[in-house]
Design a protein around this ligand. Structure first.
Ligand SMILES: C[S@@+](CC[C@H](N)C(=O)[O-])C[C@H]1O[C@@H](n2cnc3c(N)ncnc32)[C@H](O)[C@@H]1O
Length: 282
């Protein structure tokens, strides 16, 4: 089969499941990952015959896309803030909203050339921690997660990106303390309520780790409360706390921080106009 014929096959198999634009994006991502062909290369090579072994792998990708598996898990990688991250079913696929959170942290600290100590809570793929270290090498970056498998992926990503980040397994809902303090705590904790499941796409619900996503309806801000308490014990003077938040619970999250004694809390919207981030200090 030629590359051109495979594109027709790819479209044909997926067009009833995804919008055309998305099918095109999947196609070009797939041939770039598997055949190292960029978009322009496709047009100059479209009459080339695909090797049998590659064709089998490409067809497997098509059938996984038909089952609505996220392309990032199928290809095993995604981009975040211009860096490549390996992803698998043990870690959340990093989202563009989280890139905005990282930008906000960087804006705040870029002019302080001090060796600030940072902690990323619930690091998953390590995208926040690793990006902060790559962008500002003078930061001392630590990251925790409850999931050993997520930490394994995060460590691989740190090696791949040559970022010196310290990873620790820790349950933030436990009362155990860490024996160090930090200048910045940043977290994108689980925040989706069970009741919001019905708004979610099947590809997220059926593939991404529920440990990373969901909280109980009757205690949706549990991570924010516990991380705020943790911050009281572990933040240095003038330390900053940054959160990604549930868009429907912006005011409630702000209120919790105020009640715990945090000051100057600022709620910020994401590119889609939803309340998505909070910054505060003690
Ligand atoms: C929403 S994901 C965020 C992942 C990554 N930081 C990102 O922004 O893409 C939340 C992360 O919190 C971790 N987590 C869940 N419960 C935890 C707990 N009790 N203590 C520490 N981490 C936890 C999950 O394993 C998951 O990696």
């Amino acid at each position: 089969m030629t590359l051109k014929d495979f594109r027709a096959f790819f479209n044909n198999q997926l067009i009833n499941l995804y919008p055309k634009k998305e099918v095109d994006a999947f196609f070009f991502r797939t041939i770039e990952a598997l055949l190292q062909l960029k978009l322009m290369d496709f047009f100059t090579n479209e009459n080339e015959i695909i090797k049998e072994k590659d064709l089998q792998t490409l067809k497997t990708i098509v059938s996984r896309l038909q089952k609505e598996e996220p392309i990032q898990y199928i290809l095993g990688a995604t981009e975040f803030y211009g860096y490549q991250f390996n992803v698998n079913s043990n870690v959340l696929i990093p989202r563009p909203e989280t890139e905005e959170l990282v930008s906000w942290v960087l804006e705040e600290v870029k002019n302080t050339e001090e060796e600030l100590k940072v902690l990323d809570i619930g690091t998953g793929s390590g995208c926040i921690a690793i990006t902060l270290k790559k962008e500002l090498s003078y930061l001392e970056v630590n990251a925790i997660d409850i999931s050993e498998k997520a930490l394994e992926t995060a460590k691989n990503n740190a090696n791949f990106n040559q970022a010196d980040v310290k990873f620790i397994q820790h349950d933030i809902l436990s009362d155990k303390r860490l024996d160090c303090t930090f200048d910045i705590i940043v977290s994108n904790p689980p925040y989706v309520r069970e009741l919001e499941k019905k708004e979610m796409k099947a590809n997220v619900l059926n593939n991404e780790p529920h440990l990373a996503l969901f909280v109980e309806d009757d205690n949706p801000l549990v991570f924010y409360e516990r991380i705020a308490d943790f911050g009281i014990k572990h933040l240095n003077k003038n330390g900053l706390l940054f959160f990604e938040i549930n868009q429907y619970l912006g005011q409630e999250t702000k209120q919790i921080l105020m009640e715990k004694g945090y000051k100057n809390s600022i709620l910020k919207k994401d590119l889609f106009g939803n309340d998505r981030m909070i910054k505060a200090n003690l």
